[in-house]
Design a binder for this molecule. Structure first.
Ligand code: AMP
Ligand code: MG
Length: 427
């Protein structure tokens, strides 16, 4: 566990700065702002080999120990020449006196009227600054004839043009991609500092829940939320800690939350935050930590508790399986990214034309499951996936995006553009 508490600002102070704040119905944008202000990134570093760094959060800037490229080199296959010696209006004849290939530089010195055969990536021979591509040159024995019209300095990559010694190759906070691993290797760096993995404890609440493998009695259902959460947390690159199912009982809930807070940086529960059940969730939070808000102006997912238990941040997600995924994607994801020290990773919506009218009332944000595709006419369109009941996981599984209908938006007509967040960009 980090020595520093994950979240150090008192929540009351964070929400106290907001005017017209109503913890029982917080607009989506305000909820995101509260989460961002409240969550303090961890700073607990470990050194890992490049291959183990994929998807991890870079903890310190990677500075280049070398110039990249390390030498002026040729960008094309052709001939290295002295640019200022080329004749402006008539062809220039030059003697080819050697070759410089990638990894095998030309060691000699050229005199006026001489050229060196070069291949892409080859170090530029001393004194030569220009490359003439092989396709336009006429070869006559050991000489070449270069047509007029060449630019001095062309087709040459300059030493340090990508990075100079001491320059920032990758800034801290980056969630490392395959390209980043290649870049680090190109600098000759074998291991880099990353933030330790976040530990996220999660559990389901509900007397009706059974785990897979158990027999169902009348009125019982299988717990699916823990599996969807496990998948989303794993993709986010955190260490998921599955605490199982907790009964609908304040003492059991308090025990689970206390235990979770001792072992994790963040806690996620599902269920038990809707009207009726919410009261004891909230009272346990008040006792063990703080609660910032418990309801958001959104659909699905209206009941959503956010706060702190001990040093861990806490999300009390709704019970409905679709609402769990939506609230995770649009709230918990950003909070966990911030907590793990990652730079903000905004979701990039795709604008698409919706195929049918959508009912929507201003004053809350609505999220619908959609299938995004490009028609033969090249236009990007989205179809919402039939019934949007928040317990219907099958439509979530069939969808490839979430259509976001914003707080202030009213009804949408067929053919109107809407914002769609592709699942690929979520986690
Ligand atoms: P709650 O917020 O606890 O009232 O739950 C709302 C709905 O979601 C109820 O129909 C619950 O049975 C269902 N639900 C709650 N937790 C889960 C879960 N872990 N897996 C599947 N369904 C759940
Ligand atoms: Mg319940």
């Amino acid at each position: 566990m980090s020595e520093r508490p994950a979240s150090s600002r008192p929540l009351a102070e964070v929400v106290g700065c907001l005017s017209d704040f109503d913890p029982a119905s917080v607009p989506v944008a305000q909820a995101s702002a509260i989460i961002e202000r409240f969550v303090t990134p961890i700073d607990d570093i470990e050194q890992v080999a490049i291959r183990d760094a994929l998807g991890r959060v870079l903890a310190r800037d990677v500075l280049s120990p070398i110039d990249v490229p390390a030498h002026d080199n040729s960008a094309m296959d052709g001939y290295a020449v002295h640019g200022a010696s080329l004749l402006a209006d008539t062809p220039t004849r030059l003697a080819v006196v050697g070759r410089s290939f990638a990894g095998r530089p030309f060691a000699g010195i050229t005199r006026p009227g001489e050229a060196v055969r070069v291949m892409t990536g080859a170090v530029m021979p001393a004194g030569l600054d220009t490359v003439v591509i092989q396709e336009i040159v006429t070869v006559e024995g050991d000489s070449i004839v270069v047509p007029p019209g060449q630019q001095a300095g062309q087709h040459r990559r300059r030493r340090g043009e990508d990075l100079v010694v001491g320059g920032t190759a990758i800034a801290a906070g980056r969630v490392l991609t395959p390209a980043d691993l290649g870049l680090v290797a190109s600098l000759g760096i074998a291991a880099i500092p990353v933030q330790r993995r976040l530990r996220v404890a999660f559990f389901s609440t509900g007397d009706e829940l059974r785990s897979v493998g158990e027999a169902l009695a009348e009125g019982e259902i299988y717990d699916s939320n823990r599996y969807a959460l496990h998948g989303m947390l794993t993709r986010l690159g955190v260490e998921p800690i599955d605490l199982g199912v907790v009964r609908d009982d304040p003492i059991a809930l308090e025990e689970a939350m206390t235990r979770a807070a001792t072992m994790a940086d963040a806690i996620i529960s599902s269920g038990g935050v809707s009207v009726g059940e919410a009261d004891f969730t909230r009272s346990v939070m008040d006792k063990l930590g703080e609660v910032a808000f418990w309801s958001i102006a959104m659909r699905p997912g209206r009941p959503l508790a956010f706060g702190r238990i001990g040093d861990a941040i806490y999300f009390g997600l709704p019970g409905n399986p679709v609402a769990v995924m939506i609230t995770f994607y649009f709230f918990a994801r950003a909070a966990l990214c911030r907590l793990m020290g990652a730079l903000p990773t905004p979701l990039f919506p795709v604008r698409a034309l919706v195929d049918a009218p959508l009912r929507k009332r201003p004053g809350r944000t609505e999220y619908q499951r959609g299938v995004l595709g490009r028609g033969e006419d090249g236009v990007v369109r989205v179809r919402v996936t039939g019934p949007q009941g928040s317990g219907m996981l099958r439509s979530m599984s069939q969808a490839n995006c979430i259509v976001v209908l914003h707080h202030e938006q009213g009804p949408i007509a067929a053919g109107d553009p809407v914002d769609c967040v592709p699942f690929d960009g979520l986690v």
